[in-house]
Design a protein around this ligand. Structure first.
Ligand code: FES
Length: 166
């Protein structure tokens, strides 16, 4: 199987443990209507994204075609089909933030990290994403890195903030 081609023996145990967690989520939710979304949430919590080989397992276990699973996974923006970096940077491009210069902040992040929006740095440390209102408009322009909110940003702040995560 795809996931076993690239992992060493330590990784196999970890991979098996993750698959067991997926299996237990499937068992937990399979009887409820709309089991797919909670199962995909669990998969994303376990792996940080939705790996293809796991989606094949979900497809077989829930008896759903892959096309339906991909349809749901791509419809909801909180699901990701690609691995993300250790720190996900969400830059708000909602109205309040945009008016206060969020685009310049996003551009500076893109330059500093050398990635475009939706991209992940080569060292896998950061994924850069743009998002809608984060509900902290009073601090505009705002970004989050992981759970932490950074507000009243100016592009010049960005290198120092990123350094905290390197
Ligand atoms: S518009 Fe950015 S936090 Fe609301």
């Amino acid at each position: 199987m795809e996931h076993q081609q690239t992992i060493n023996s330590g990784g196999v145990a970890e991979a098996d443990e993750k698959l067991m967690k997926v299996q237990s989520a499937i068992t937990q939710f399979r009887m409820i209507k709309g089991a797919l979304i909670p199962v995909l949430h669990e998969v994303q919590d376990i792996y940080g994204y939705l790996p293809e080989h796991v989606l094949h397992l979900v497809s077989a276990e829930l008896n759903l075609p892959m096309s339906e699973i991909y349809g749901v996974a791509s419809f909801y923006h909180f699901f990701s089909l690609t691995p993300k970096g250790e720190n996900v940077v969400h830059v708000c491009l909602g109205t309040a933030c945009y008016i206060k210069g969020a685009q310049a902040v996003l551009d500076r992040l893109s330059t500093e990290l050398n990635v475009s929006v939706e991209g992940t740095t080569e060292d896998n440390k950061f994924t850069l994403e743009a998002t809608r209102c984060l509900g902290a408009c009073g601090l505009a322009p705002v970004m989050t890195i992981g759970e932490k909110v950074h507000g009243r940003l100016v592009p010049g702040n960005i290198p120092k903030i990123l350094n905290e995560y390197k």
